[in-house]
Design a protein around this ligand. Structure first.
Ligand code: AVI
Length: 342
């Protein structure tokens, strides 16, 4: 077996020691705001990541199993659009569970490039993928994929197929989503493109410089959405409350996680599920020498998960220079997988 994993992952903009300072800055700014908020990216320390994995298996949390079923059913159609020799670039690859469905269907993919900010996840996932797909060059890149970055020059030429599953796009504001889609288009269209690499000259995969397979959750009944983000077993509550424990662990805070409760609500106007931590009583806490007060019932907004309607998704993609080449959903129209082309 040829294990083609390039173990020296490129550290493009690796977070390093600045991580704690960035976390502290976000916490101090977010808890000082008139409407308290914390960026959802900080939910994912090792405990948070494990809780999120548990969420994906909950009966109420339909996105993961629904998207996986769509990808399984449509993998051959995606492969036909992509053509032979595609370079697969996964943004925020995490545990890289779903990409195997694509890699197995694609015709001689030229390389798999997982991009993630967490080197430990990246190395594990990259080793597993390289083991499962003999001969496939796996070239991990450590980078914050929400900021401009370039793929390393050793990534082979060839038409690029981006992969952004999981409805992670929903955790961006619509403006941020347009920003990310534009950035992804620039990364994917640079260096690859029609007529270069192993994909050139084939009938399939023609007519586009690059493609992006995008998983996006759809607008649906509030009851279904609120249950998905406030499950009966309380796993999502633990996921949300872990952020307070993380602040205590990493920033020396003395927040009382028991003094807050998890709340998930569907915001009809903004078409998003919001997660909040609601203060059960008037209380105060100190974080890195800064004092914060919380009124009874006051909330910390910790995550927004935007849900899309197909026409809104198409408009968002168009603003970032993409057109929708294929759009699939499940029989219950819970979730969508699109192929964007540019
Ligand atoms: C990672 N992200 C797409 C999840 C979502 O559905 O917004 C995070 C999550 N939060 C609560 N449950 C799952």
């Amino acid at each position: 077996m040829s294990l083609a994993l390039d173990l020296a992952a490129d550290r493009a903009g690796a977070p390093g020691g600045g991580q704690r300072a960035a976390f502290l800055a976000d916490v101090l700014a977010g808890l000082s705001a008139a409407r308290k908020t914390l960026p959802c990216k900080w939910l994912y320390d090792p405990e948070g990541a494990a809780l999120f994995e548990a969420i994906t298996r909950l009966p109420e949390y339909y996105p993961t199993r629904t998207e996986t079923a769509i990808l399984r059913e449509r993998a051959d159609a995606i492969a036909a659009l992509a053509g032979p020799g595609a370079v697969v670039v996964e943004f925020g690859s995490g545990s890289a569970e779903k990409v195997g469905l694509l890699l197995r269907a694609l015709d001689r993919p030229a390389a798999y490039v997982p991009v993630d900010i967490a080197p430990e996840w990246l190395d594990d996932a990259a080793a597993r993928l390289a083991g499962a797909h003999a001969g496939l060059p796996v070239m991990p890149v450590v980078a914050d994929f929400t900021r401009p970055f370039a793929l390393p020059t050793r990534v082979p030429a060839g038409r690029r197929l981006g992969f952004f599953p999981g409805s992670t796009i929903g955790n961006f504001t619509p403006e941020e989503a347009v920003g990310f889609l534009g950035l992804a288009r620039r990364v994917l269209a640079a260096g690859g493109g029609a007529g270069s690499g192993a994909g050139s000259g084939s009938g399939s995969g023609s007519g586009a410089k690059a493609r992006l397979v995008l998983g996006a959750d759809l607008v649906k009944a509030a009851s279904v959405l609120e249950a998905a983000y406030d499950d009966a077993a309380g796993v999502t509550a633990r996921f949300n409350l872990n952020l307070l424990s993380r602040i205590n662990r990493e920033l020396g805070g003395d927040l009382d996680p028991g003094g807050f409760r998890h709340r998930a609500l569907w915001n009809t106007a903004a078409e998003r599920v919001e997660m909040h931590l609601v203060s059960r009583r008037a209380q105060r806490a100190t974080i890195a020498g800064h004092l914060f007060t919380f009124a009874e019932g006051e909330t910390i907004h910790t995550e927004s998960s935007h849900k899309y309607r197909p026409d809104r998704l198409a408009r968002l993609a168009a603003r970032a220079g993409w057109r929708i080449e294929a759009f699939w959903t499940d029989p219950d129209r819970l979730f969508s997988v699109s192929v964007l082309a540019c």
